[in-house]
Design a protein around this ligand. Structure first.
Ligand SMILES: *[C@@H]1O[C@H](CO)[C@@H](O)[C@H](O)[C@H]1NC(C)=O
Ligand SMILES: *[C@@H]1O[C@H](CO)[C@@H](O)[C@H](O)[C@H]1NC(C)=O
Ligand SMILES: *[C@@H]1O[C@H](CO)[C@@H](O)[C@H](O)[C@H]1NC(C)=O
Ligand SMILES: *[C@@H]1O[C@H](CO)[C@@H](O)[C@H](O)[C@H]1NC(C)=O
Ligand SMILES: *[C@@H]1O[C@H](CO)[C@@H](O)[C@H](O)[C@H]1NC(C)=O
Ligand SMILES: *[C@@H]1O[C@H](CO)[C@@H](O)[C@H](O)[C@H]1NC(C)=O
Ligand SMILES: *[C@@H]1O[C@H](CO)[C@@H](O)[C@H](O)[C@H]1NC(C)=O
Length: 400
């Protein structure tokens, strides 16, 4: 999640001032990087998520890496210094590298005693570290109906336990949010609607240079030739019964670079031969602007897809720049996504772990990443950061 979109909101939607106060403006900080919590300008946000907690595959309790503990203990306090009313969430990343079928999550969700262990420990740890809510990140729906039923039971039990806990405490109930696939498919919708305060739609990773040999709009709002688009996903969620006001649009503050086959064929859908610049093509906004020279007239905007792109020789980069972000924010407003509870949110699922050599192995340090102050220069010094483990989120949410 990123700090940029919010700035854009204020910049381009000044008429929103009164209603913008009811928007949820969320961003996320990840402990694996170098960007200190104290650098966050939390006055720009209503919600700030901390990444990550995990699920212990043996006990099924919430697992916190020892190295993350000091950050967790001070996180809420530090971000509240600049913005005393900011609400903090602890993001639980359910999938570990290599766990291609979410086995830890489902093994927890399908066993009553495991669910109880998870729920109890999640609430207890959220309170212990001073968070105001829990954010479940990125479990994919499954075709197995037993698993989906159990997922629904987990969500309902979780909400019940959260409400019960708050009655027996002086604090308000913890918030509960879900980061979901862009399509609702087999998710237990009723339980999601009942149990979560809102859902963060992961509305990107639609096309990746590691997966396709045609340049693509990885976070297309619309796609005239397929249903792989944010608009299609959001409408599916709404038609399946999730109220628009519980939907939070995800905005990825990262582009993808492709190697073109022919420099002269440089539109969306042009032949490509794989990633460019980085091993998977992912590039933080800051690098796109400063290192790749994507500025001024070199930045093109395609309003059919609602994406920006820029190219130089054989390198083609698709990303959201000012026009794309502005259009998506307007879309959220027009579709009522932002009534009271709407989060124009930027999930920054990066992939710097391999490149940056900050990977410490899978056992103790489960997911590591680098977290440089990407985008610090963007639009007047709003820091950005990476969020989530590198490879797995695109893999997991890649829609084919
Ligand atoms: C999927 O999960 C099961 C356990 O539920 C595990 O035995 C199996 O190896 C996993 N498959 C893959 C491809 O990871
Ligand atoms: C569905 O999931 C349940 C719980 O994990 C498992 O016991 C069952 O074998 C699965 N069914 C199929 C058809 O894979
Ligand atoms: C309420 O909280 C106290 C202290 O944490 C605990 O001892 C007690 O069992 C709780 N009561 C209920 C009904 O959960
Ligand atoms: C998109 O989905 C609709 C149903 O929601 C279907 O009628 C249509 O054929 C799909 N279009 C494509 C290109 O798959
Ligand atoms: C967007 O890209 C598609 C595919 O390259 C193209 O057909 C269309 O004309 C473009 N639209 C705009 C508005 O540039
Ligand atoms: C893309 O093209 C390259 C070079 O022709 C090839 O090596 C690669 O396997 C292709 N990738 C996909 C996903 O088709
Ligand atoms: C937003 O929703 C909360 C409850 O969810 C309500 O208390 C508050 O009055 C609402 N604010 C507006 C501006 O509608």
């Amino acid at each position: 999640m990123l700090f940029t979109i919010i700035f854009l909101l204020l910049l381009f939607l000044p008429s929103l001032t009164s209603s913008s106060e009811t928007w949820i403006k969320a961003a996320s900080w990840f402990s694996g990087g170098q960007f200190p919590v104290s650098d966050i300008d939390s006055t720009l946000f209503t919600h700030m998520a901390f990444g990550f907690a995990y699920i212990n595959y043996r006990t099924h309790e919430l697992y916190i890496q020892p190295a993350d503990e000091p950050y967790m203990l001070t996180f809420t306090n530090i971000v509240q210094r600049k913005n005393p009313s900011i609400v903090t969430l602890l993001t639980i990343l359910v999938q570990l590298p290599g766990d291609t079928n979410f086995s830890t999550f489902y093994s927890m969700a399908t066993q009553p005693s495991h669910r109880t262990s998870f729920i109890k420990s999640s609430i207890q740890k959220a309170r212990l570290y001073g968070f105001h809510g829990l954010d479940l990140c990125c479990v994919k729906p499954d075709t197995n109906t037993t698993k989906m039923e159990n997922m629904g039971i987990l969500f309902d039990d979780w909400r019940t336990a959260i409400d019960r806990e708050s009655k027996n405490s002086t604090q308000s109930p913890l918030l509960l949010t879900l980061a979901s696939h862009y399509l609702p498919s087999s998710y237990p919708m009723e339980s999601i609607r009942r149990s979560f305060d809102w859902v963060h739609i992961v509305s990107y990773f639609y096309h990746l240079p590691t997966k396709e040999n045609f340049t693509g709009a990885h976070s297309a709002l619309y796609d005239p030739s397929s249903n792989v688009s944010t608009d299609y996903g959001i409408k599916e969620w709404i038609s399946r019964g999730l109220p628009a006001k519980k939907i939070v649009l995800g905005l990825l503050y990262e582009g993808y670079a492709w190697t073109l086959l022919y420099p002269s064929a440089n539109e969306i859908g042009s032949p490509a031969t794989g990633p460019a610049v980085t091993h998977d093509g992912s590039m933080p906004y800051k690098d796109i602007k400063s290192n790749m020279g994507c500025d001024g007239e070199k930045v093109l905007y395609n309003f059919t897809y609602v994406t920006n792109y820029c190219f130089n020789g054989l390198v083609w980069i698709g990303y959201d720049d000012v026009e794309a972000i502005r259009t998506k924010v307007s879309y959220a407003r027009e579709n009522g996504l932002l009534e009271n509870v709407t989060i124009p949110e930027v999930l920054v699922f990066g992939d710097s772990i391999v490149d940056q050599g900050n990977n410490n192995g899978l056992t103790d340090s489960l997911v590591k990443s680098n977290f440089p102050p990407y985008g610090k220069d963007f639009m007047g010094g709003i820091p950005t950061g990476r969020f989530c483990n590198g490879k797995t989120p695109p893999d997991r949410f890649k829609s084919q």
